[in-house]
Design a protein around this ligand. Structure first.
Ligand code: XIL
Length: 356
């Protein structure tokens, strides 16, 4: 059992170790002739996942091969989100989601469903209808129920974990002031879990958010919510910490203890969107620090049987969402833009090889 008890000391030690790891050349197969990450993850009884960019999957052979070879879990980076699957009211586009589920099935990968209820990437017809009053609260609840039911049913039996609600709390632990809270009240959360469970009773249903890796006001709000929902018999089975870290902010404290308290509620845990960004340019030291952060989250996951999957939010800087969203930051993934592995790749590899 490995615990990440004293982050500062642990990270320093890991950083020193990792400075010895060399990045492979851009043309070498990732990991060289070594066993793929997914083989090591299988031995550790862990799913190692990546978010998948469907345009890259279609157009970029190296990206497609690496996705299939190295990972045993995939998450749709965008194609299962509401704005994509129902661009006009009642008109569905499942092409991207179907393609990903097929890709995964062909390669023996599981799929994390992402995401059913969120305040972001909602279709325009929905947000404008709510804003101009043409969709009232009663109708909105029906629309949400139909959305959750339709999407979960479509992939029934093919999704291992669903992110049912995403990012519903603010940093201070208060509920996010989304259209869902404003129009439907707090009950939308329990409703969404009940609808999803009815549509696919076998899928594990997750809460998911960022800045909830360690113990803080926000993760405690999730803990309290999960405890209450489970006491009420609401089918919520998992807690997902996204894991979008940045080396300039430090490594979160109490990650293992945080996972542990959800485990004690009888829940599964997961890291669902891990990347570790940095202020550009990259220098000699930042990649080693980044590697230690990846390893820190991975070790916390391997340290508890409740943690079933560790998913990175893209594995190559070539397609990472970070530079487009965080100005002046990037280099957040395991591989550079030429698919050359970084120290972080070696750190994840070594962590998986060490096992639980
Ligand atoms: C991001 C995608 O990576 C981008 O391509 C998209 O433009 C915006 O969304 N938290 C989440 C993910 O739950 O869905 C987000 O994904 C990243 C933050």
């Amino acid at each position: 059992m490995k615990y990440f008890r004293i982050p500062v000391v642990g990270l320093l030690g890991a950083t020193l170790l990792l400075t010895g790891i060399q990045a492979a050349s851009a043309h070498e197969a990732p990991g060289g002739a070594q066993a793929p990450l997914r083989t090591l993850a299988d031995r550790a009884d862990l799913r190692i996942g990546t978010a998948v960019d469907m345009a890259a999957l279609a157009d970029d052979t190296t990206y497609r091969r690496t996705t299939g070879r190295e990972f045993n879990s995939v998450t749709a980076e965008n194609v299962m989100k509401w704005e994509v699957v129902e661009p006009a009211r009642g008109t569905y586009d499942w092409s991207g989601a179907d393609a990903l589920v097929r890709f995964a099935r062909d390669r023996g990968q599981v799929v994390r469903g992402h995401t059913l209820v969120w305040h972001s990437q909602l279709p325009g017809w929905l947000t404008s209808g709510v804003a101009d009053g043409s969709i009232d609260a009663a109708e909105l609840r029906g629309i949400l129920r139909k959305h959750v039911t339709t999407e979960v049913k479509r992939y029934r039996g093919q999704i291992q974990q669903w992110d049912v609600v995403n990012e519903v709390f603010e940093e201070d632990g208060s509920l996010r002031d989304s259209i869902w809270l404003q129009k439907l009240g707090l009950s939308y959360i329990a409703d969404a879990f009940r609808w999803a469970h009815a549509a696919d009773p076998k899928a594990k249903l997750f809460l998911n958010d960022y800045n909830v890796e360690g113990i803080n006001a926000k993760s405690t709000a999730y803990y309290d919510l999960a405890k209450r929902l489970r006491a009420e018999g609401v089918p919520v089975q998992g807690f997902g910490a996204q894991g979008h870290l940045a080396i300039q902010y430090g490594f979160p404290g109490d990650v293992a203890a945080n996972l542990d308290r959800f485990a004690k509620l009888g829940m599964q845990t997961a890291f669902t969107e891990v990347d570790v960004r940095m202020i550009l340019p990259v220098d000699e030291e930042k990649p080693a620090t980044q590697a230690a952060y990846f390893r820190g989250l991975l070790d916390a996951c391997l340290g508890t049987r409740s943690c079933k999957s560790f998913t990175v939010w893209g594995f190559t800087d070539k397609y990472s969402w970070v530079p487009g969203v965080f100005e002046g930051q990037g280099a957040a993934t395991l591989m550079d833009e030429g698919f050359g592995v970084k120290p972080a790749w070696g750190a994840v590899r070594e962590g998986l090889a060490a096992g639980r």
